[in-house]
Design a protein around this ligand. Structure first.
Ligand SMILES: [Zn+2]
Ligand SMILES: [Zn+2]
Length: 167
């Protein structure tokens, strides 16, 4: 995933917007992350003084499992990052700023985007924020089915109250 910056850098434009569909071409990475290989990258390169900065957004889809109902679902994630475009990578840099090396007027985003995806992968997700989960009694997925457990189960705390009402 190469982005050509040559024309932008030699022009007097101050910013340059890109939005592209990319395919991640790394089977190992895809199977490890359960990632859908098509991702969208959108970004804007800015000239600031002598530097060029990229404000980027990566959108990807990952096969996830809901922590509440255990169903598999497509989890769509959008994550933002900022990177500095450099001629030479500064390995000793103390800051955790992302650096992108420019070669022949182009930057290659593949490795950076893979890192961004790794770092932004959710640990625990829900298929929807209203997910009803599974019934702890019969194990039915309450998003798809209703069960009768709640009607039949009696809460022992109410037994005493019920006794009080009895004659
Ligand atoms: Zn769920
Ligand atoms: Zn149930």
């Amino acid at each position: 995933m190469l982005i050509k910056l040559k024309e932008f850098l030699s022009s007097d434009q101050l910013s340059y917007r890109v939005s592209e569909n990319f395919v991640i071409d790394d089977e190992d990475f895809l199977s490890k992350t359960h990632l859908d290989k098509s991702i969208v990258f959108a970004g804007e390169f800015y000239k600031v003084d002598e530097s060029v900065i990229l404000n980027g957004t990566v959108m990807y889809t990952v096969k996830d499992k809901c922590a509440r109902c255990l169903d598999e679902f497509d989890n769509k994630i959008e994550t933002k990052f900022e990177a500095l475009i450099v001629k030479q990578l500064d390995e000793d840099s103390e800051s955790d700023e992302i650096q992108l090396k420019i070669t022949d007027g182009c930057v290659d985003l593949q490795e950076t985007i893979k890192q961004i995806i790794y770092l932004s992968m959710p640990m625990k997700s829900l298929c929807s924020k209203d997910c009803k989960g599974i019934c702890p009694n019969c194990g039915v997925n309450l998003n798809n089915d209703n069960c009768k457990c709640e009607d039949n189960l009696t809460d022992p705390r109410f037994d005493k109250l019920r006794d009080l009402l009895k004659d």
